[in-house]
Structures are given as structure tokens and as C-alpha cells.
Design a protein around this ligand. Structure first.
Ligand SMILES: [Zn+2]
Length: 517
């Protein structure tokens, strides 16, 4: 896991273009059969390269894989051909996006953190992306040296085998002949064989024009990166980018560190890992729930030609999100450490999505009384969650991974209902609600070393700091003071209360607006 987080992000190296926008095809018989380093510098061919707009991000290689390709290139070892398709205007990369991007990254000295990447990703470059870039740059600098280094040698007439090799080597090119449809078919055929697409990528590709896929890709990059929505009107583009930025902030900021050293935790977990896209797709599917449509997946809706469908999905997500976090009047301001993180301080997708589902269902059912009832028993729910998180994590572990979200949304609903009806909740209740039988052993793994693991440190931090975390004087629930806070007049304004600090207290936005007034 730790290793896979360090993947070099080369997505900015070759930009995307829409296959379908090109009409006709180019059947010229004499076209280039190789791409060399010069094509990325003085040559112009590199500027014509495009990726199909539905292609996954070019971020699947580790620094070592990057290095190995460059090593093969410079040492003259065999590198398989890249496969291109020529539209009337561009050269589309059907296969070989990583190989071509490695060469360009080396020329540009941009391993995911350079000028091209900064322009492309804006301020949404994660610290893992930066670390991977630094690691790659160092690997390259310690062995072959930078491209600039080779260039300087050349200018000084210090020609050696390395310089000569860099100047003469090239990647062989094979061409797909035919129209855009033929090229797209080749793309899918090639990319489902050699490097198999994982389930998320496959569904993102297959349903790339559906609103949930467009929204998820927009949110993950905070409205930056490749604009999958670029065909929509300027007006819709602005709305999509705004909502995506807001949702990104609400769900993925700030970035987490391991071990955890702050209670200001991102609700949706780490943005740096690929799992974040899966979480987003599930999150958007949940926030689109209606009273009648309860089984929504990535294929939801119709292909979005105008952006209206995407805006609709983003607005629904924002509506639910603004009840969970943020400073809007209806926000419960749920504390992520209590609701969305597991016992060892690691973000838990089932807790996050299950809680979201629990709330989204109440909103979909127009259950106007829910927020009031929830607030009345909120502190009991939170105390229960803090004490029984190990048990909850254990019962969820015993479920198939695709069932955990639904099971947890039922468990938290039952906990809420029990407290609302003045009942107590036992450990056996949790086991029953998880539809499990028999006894459940809940135990921490035995530590054979005297050192604290990162997980142990995170756990110690969360439990120590929660003791002193602020609570809302109206409902006694924990306050996420970074994201959701309201300044409440202790003596109400309509009763003559003034804005002196002595007359102020910190509350949840919802409690200030709805419970008190
Ligand atoms: Zn409150």
C-alpha cells in the first residue's frame, strides 16, 4: 500500500483531445515510423501528440519503472513500439502513453511537479505526487543526469556513448489505419489485454459521458486537470468548476499525514490514492438517491451533452454535503474523527459512505424532523461510536466489501432509532444489526515490538486530543472547528443580546440556526 502511493504522475505530458471531434481519417501512406527525443524538443511531432480524452490518467508507473524505461532507452535495449492513430489534425496515442510521457518528462525535467504539471493541476498536486516526482528526479540525476546535462555536453562537443545514444535512439511507431471508430475499438482492445484496466477505470471509460463519471473526475482535481467538460457552454463550465472545487475542499482537504497529528481530517480520506475516485463514484451515487431510485451506479442518467446533467449531480452532492459539513445553516458539522475514521485513525470508506447514506436517505424522504431528533441524541451516538469503534470495524470486516456501506448505514440508523426511543444499545445489538451470528472476538493485534506503529500513534493522538476537543453547548456533540462552526449569541439578538465576546459561544451551524431559534 505504502509503495503504491508513490506513482509518478505524468498526466500533464501529453494532453487530451476528443477523438470524435475529428472527422474523416488520414490514410497517407508515408508517415513517420519513429519518435525520438528530438521530437520533444526541436522537432514538432511531439506537439501533435494527443491522448484520447477517455484515457485513464498517466500515473501508473513507479519511479523505478520510469527509471527502467529511460535506462532501456539510453542503453539501446529493446522497447516495444508505440501505437498511434493519425486523425486529420493530431497523432493520438493508442498504446504507449507512459513510454512517450517518460521521454517528454525527462526533456522537460517535469516528473509531476514541474512547470507543465503546475499549469495543468493547479494547486491540487498532492504531497505524494510531489514525493514521487522528487524520488524520480533524484534517481535520474544520480545516474544518467538530466536532459539539460546531456545538452550541455553536446554544446561543448563532449560527445560520449550516452550523448550519442540519446541523439540517435527512437521509439518505433506502429499505425492504426481507419477512422475514429476503428481507432477507439483498437484502443479498448489493446488496453483490456496488455495492461488490464481495473474495475474503476473500466467503468470510468465505459460511462465517461455520464454525469457521475464527469463529476467524479472534476471533483478529484478540484475542477482542474483535463477538462472532461470542455464541450459544455462557458456558463455551465463555470458552475461545474465552482461546485467541484467546493466539493473537493469539503471532502478532501486538508491532506492527511501518517501518523495523524491533527483532528482537522478530510471527510473523504486521502486524495492521493486511487481509491479516492472509487469513493467519489460511490459518494455521488448515494447523494443522487431519491425516494424511488435507491440503486444508483456510475451508469446513472444519460450521456451528458450540455453539462446540465453533471450540474444536477454536483448540486445533489452539494446539498447532502452541506448537511454533513461546512458552515451553511443546516450543517450538522459531523466530526470526521468520530464518524468517518476507524479505530486506528485510518479513514474508513464504509463509515464515511454509510453515514452519508443514512443522512441522504432522510433528505430523500423529506424527513423534516430527522435533524431535530438526531441532534437530541447526538452526544449519545458519538459517545457510543467512540467506545465501540473496534466492534463496529470488526463486524464490517466480516462482510463482503460491497455490503459494508449498506450494513453500516443500517447500523447507524438503528443506533439513532434506539437512542431516540430512549433505549440502550448493547454490543449484541450491533452484531445482530450486522446480520451476524455467534460471538465476535474483538481484539487488537498483539504488538511484539516496543515501538509504536503509525496506526498506534494515530490512535493515541485521536483519543488524547478528542478529550479536549470543543463540544457544542447546545447538543453536547463534538465540533469540527476547522470546517463547521457557528458563533452563537448566548442571549439571542432578538432578546437584546449583543456581539460582545462574553455573549458568544461556538456551536454547530445547525444547532445555532434551528435548535435555538
Ligand atoms: Zn450542536
Amino acid at each position: 500500500m505504502a509503495k503504491s502511493q508513490f506513482l509518478v504522475n505524468l498526466d500533464a505530458m501529453i494532453i487530451r483531445a476528443d477523438f470524435a471531434q475529428t472527422t474523416g481519417n488520414d490514410n497517407s501512406s508515408e508517415i513517420i515510423d519513429r519518435i525520438s527525443i528530438a521530437d520533444f524538443t526541436t522537432g514538432l511531432t511531439g506537439r501533435l501528440l494527443r491522448k484520447p480524452d477517455f484515457q485513464r490518467e498517466t500515473n501508473h508507473w513507479t519511479p523505478a519503472q520510469f527509471f527502467s524505461l529511460l535506462e532501456c532507452f539510453i542503453n539501446g535495449d529493446l522497447i516495444p513500439s508505440v501505437i498511434l492513430w493519425k486523425s486529420p489534425t493530431f497523432l493520438f496515442v493508442i498504446d504507449g502513453g507512459h513510454r512517450l510521457s517518460v521521454l517528454k518528462a525527462w526533456v522537460e525535467d517535469d516528473y509531476g511537479d514541474g512547470p507543465l504539471s503546475l499549469k495543468y493541476f493547479g494547486d491540487s498536486i498532492s504531497s505524494n505526487q510531489k514525493k514521487a516526482a522528487e524520488r524520480t528526479r533524484k534517481l535520474v540525476a544520480d545516474t544518467f543526469g538530466t536532459y539539460q546535462h546531456i545538452k550541455t555536453k553536446l554544446e561543448n562537443q563532449e560527445i560520449d556513448a550516452k550523448v550519442s545514444s540519446v541523439l540517435t535512439r527512437a521509439l518505433p511507431v506502429q499505425w492504426v489505419k481507419g477512422d475514429a471508430e476503428k481507432a477507439e475499438a483498437s484502443f479498448f482492445r489493446i488496453n483490456t489485454q496488455g495492461t488490464p484496466l481495473d474495475e474503476i477505470e473500466h467503468s470510468l471509460l465505459e460511462f465517461r459521458k455520464r454525469p457521475i463519471a464527469i463529476s467524479a473526475r472534476a471533483i478529484i482535481r478540484a475542477g482542474k486537470g483535463h477538462k472532461y467538460w470542455s464541450n459544455f457552454s462557458d456558463e455551465n463550465t463555470v458552475v461545474i468548476e465552482d461546485l467541484s472545487k467546493k466539493l473537493h475542499y469539503n471532502l478532501f482537504d486538508p491532506e492527511t499525514t501518517s501518523p495523524i497529528k491533527t483532528l482537522d481530517l478530510p471527510l473523504g480520506g486521502s486524495k492521493g490514492i486511487r481509491a479516492a475516485l472509487q469513493i467519489l463514484i460511490n459518494y455521488l451515487s448515494i447523494t443522487c438517491l431519491t425516494q424511488t431510485d435507491k440503486d444508483i451506479k456510475i451508469d446513472y442518467g444519460i450521456d451528458d451533452a450540455t453539462g446540465d446533467e453533471t450540474i444536477n449531480v454536483l448540486r445533489k452532492a452539494q446539498k447532502v454535503t452541506s448537511r454533513i459539513t461546512g458552515n451553511d445553516n443546516g450543517s450538522l458539522g459531523l466530526h470526521p474523527a468520530i464518524y468517518f475514521y476507524g479505530p486506528s485513525g485510518v479513514h474508513s470508506a464504509p463509515l464515511f459512505l454509510g453515514t452519508t447514506k443514512f443522512i441522504a436517505e432522510k433528505l430523500a424522504n423529506n424527513d423534516g424532523e430527522f435533524f431535530k431528533h438526531f441532534t437530541k441524541v447526538r452526544s449519545k451516538i458519538e459517545d457510543f461510536l467512540i467506545v465501540h469503534k473496534d466492534l463496529i470495524a470488526t463486524v464490517l470486516q466480516k462482510q463482503g466489501s460491497n455490503k459494508r456501506v449498506n450494513i453500516y448505514s443500517k447500523i447507524i440508523d438503528q443506533i439513532y432509532l434506539a437512542f431516540k426511543n430512549n433505549q440502550t444499545v448493547t454490543e449484541q445489538n450491533i452484531i445482530d444489526w450486522a446480520l451476524l451470528t455467534g460471538k465476535i472476538f474483538v481484539g487488537n493485534e498483539k504488538n511484539t515490538s516496543s515501538n509504536f506503529s503509525d496506526e498506534a500513534k494515530s490512535r493515541i493522538f485521536i483519543y488524547s486530543t478528542l478529550k479536549n476537543a470543543p463540544k457544542c453547548p447546545i447538543c453536547q456533540g463534538y465540533i469540527d472547528s476547522e470546517k463547521s462552526i457557528s458563533y452563537d449569541h448566548i442571549e439571542r439578538v432578538e432578546d437584546g443580546g449583543l456581539g460582545n465576546y462574553e455573549n458568544g459561544q461556538l456551536t454547530h451551524p445547525y444547532c445555532n440556526q434551528s435548535i435555538k431559534n
